[in-house]
Design a protein around this ligand. Sequence first.
Ligand code: PLP
Length: 428
Amino acid sequence: MTSNNHTGTNNNNAVACTKANEETHREFTSRLDFATRAIHHAQEPDSATGALSTPIYQTSTFVLEELGKNKGYQYARSHNPTRSALEGCLASLEGARFGIATASGLAAVSVVGSLLSAGDHVVVGEDVYGGVYRLFEKVLKRYNLHFTYVNARELSEVEAAIRPETKLIWLETPTNPLLNLADLKAIGEIAKRHNLIYAVDNTFATPYFQRPLEFGADVIVHSTTKYLSGHSDIIGGCVITDREDLYEELNFYTNAAGCVPGPFDCYLILRGLKTLALRMKEHQRNALAVATFLEQHDAVEKVFYPGLASHPQHELAKRQMTGFGGVVSFVVKGGFENAKSILHSTKLFALAESLGGVRSLICHPSTMTHKPIPKDVQEQIGIVDGLIRLSVGIEEGRDLIADLEQALARTTQSIDRTEERQLVGSRK
Ligand SMILES: Cc1ncc(COP(=O)(O)O)c(C=O)c1O
């Protein structure tokens, strides 16, 4: 079978290169800026019809020209042209040669898990997405794999957790939901010193704001469900690498396990990518305004957003990110009851899991996204009952702040009423 390496060198729907020495469209687009690559790279007009928009190749199989000879595609679990276009574009945005699209973000994590063999050990940054924790603890552990969770803000903890059988370092930065950062470069150096595979979940920052490969990461994972598709209408994921040896293994597993997305979802993610640069600027602008508003509100105990000067790792954020993203978390005074009151009172922020879409969402990590993590572990890492996570969308910022203001005002009243009751009680 003709190989398709997802790098933009698959010729099936490439613009015909008329002269042998003429650079291909993909070679040309690979040198352009981020926003241009998101729209053009690996998305040449369809060679068969001239269709400008990458077609949805809704087919399970491809007819062979003769035995042993195909046109670059044979069976859609292995390759599909819509998926190839997406994979080429995603790889380019992270500055890599190889991309693999998967059926979900967790499928992408599983694909990286396939690099491990029984007995291997993984060092994990402790506040990972609850579903990742569940996959590690409830599934991969059954295959005699071992995981140590560390505070990745402390480099000494990361290094101290490494054992002879350690194979992989797994990080999220910024983390979900506490927006902690890990020093990408310093941990990259640790990984290199110990000859470990270094994997980073870059879902929160997106390649628009952070490119971990530039700091030594070997593998990047995304839930494309989030910012990359951007409209809360698909579930997807991807694995990106610039290492050919890893790509071969990761791609082998993806085909063997069959955890691939359908062409329509790939089309929607490609469509989302075209506005990623624009959307991320707006997400960040609104998130910073929301975080600043929350920080000065009386009912709020603490705000987590790497773009705030008060964030303990703000300087690191400025060093390794070009922007701070659209997720803001905060702890409301008065614990669960007041958190519940806010979660039930917002009108624009919809009470729902997930993040990264144009429409704002609000969630309660402890009982929603991070429920798979046992309560005592949650509390240990700071996922307390009063913690609320906002996915700040790209609506008008003033409207979002007004929505939070009215929801917080109810809380303030209930805090006042509680205080009043306590006062009355103490007078009796
Ligand atoms: C940081 C992070 N990684 C991975 C995932 C899993 O992605 P998916 O829901 O697409 O499987 C999520 C989901 O919320 C996430 O927030």
